[in-house]
Design a protein around this ligand. Sequence first.
Ligand code: SF4
Length: 389
Amino acid sequence: MIPTIRTSELKRALNCGASIVLRPKVRSRQGDDGHEGAMLHYLIARRAIDELGAEGPEELAAPDVPAGYRLPAFSMWIVGWAIRHIRETVPDDWTLMVEVGLAYRYERWIQSGHIDLLAISPDGKSVIIIDWKTGRKIVDPASENEQGNGYLALVKRAWAEIQNAMVQIVQFYADEEAGFDRVSTVVVGPEIVNGVVSALDNRMGAQLDRQDELHTGPWCDYCIGPSCPALRAEMEELESMKMTLTPEALAATGPEPDDLTLSKFVEIGRRLATPIDDAIAMAKDRIKRNGSLPCADGGSYVLRPHGGQYSLKDGVQPYTYYRRAKDLLESEERFSTTVKISMSRLIDEIAEERGINKGGAAPVTAKGVVDATLKPLLDQAVNEWLVKI
Ligand code: SF4
């Protein structure tokens, strides 16, 4: 049987041939957006159909979430933001589709995918593809995103006349604090679009030839985590160890680690971060079921509850909270330290309230209003991304 690879899994399948055979053997874990992500995708699609006339699946069903589940109040802005973004991004006369399920059988594999939003120009030659990311973990921008490229391949297969494409990855929780753009965009013309299907097939063919090769890397996120033989081997090497401090080791220890040691720590840390997060989440689930989790040294892990972050109760406006909090403090200066500044959110809300675009070339935009009114009061920090070249 030839493998079916979801477009969301392309990054790891195109980098680790063994994952193609290992992934189906291991139970999937929920992504970091879980029920909230499923509900947000549904609500955006529902409103796009109802308010923007988008075409959608015949019966767009609400996601299967536990009885009584309610979308957190602080996430509701995302739905309105997405609808406004569609209005600003997709020309009125284009055909708009949401939740577009596509699949294509290549000679050696099947690609399946579910596109959140697809728009096609009236002449059928241009498309806009948007992928909504509702998780808090930052993903690759559109220019490097295998998922966006994979969706383009599926669209090109289904609509052969397509020549131009704009692919957007929209990460709702990315803002100036995250240091990443909420919307990243890549625009490609016929030279890429016409070759996208064969290029993807060739790259996948190379990995299908290497299904016995494990290759760890950033693509290990959301793969099989602690079940992976290569990651397990890596962890075993990292296990706490006792060793003799030799004169050579002592002499080689300076005030700072050398460059290569430092970069190796960064690489291992990045590679193992998500599998370790997965293992911790899995361990908590198991302890809830079994009471404890045994360790090799005879100890065991248990869960100990303690107070976490506060959030506003359903129906309570942040403004009510801030007004009452202010009443408790004489000093404006002291009160100011409790207020969080989010320019992205302010721009979103101004755009929504005044019915203007968030940014872009329009004469009046929410960003323009904020820049003119508030920017003189603010300094913006510079985020430094650690990027491997
Ligand atoms: S976790 Fe990484 S190395 Fe292991 S199978 Fe998945 S992609 Fe390959």
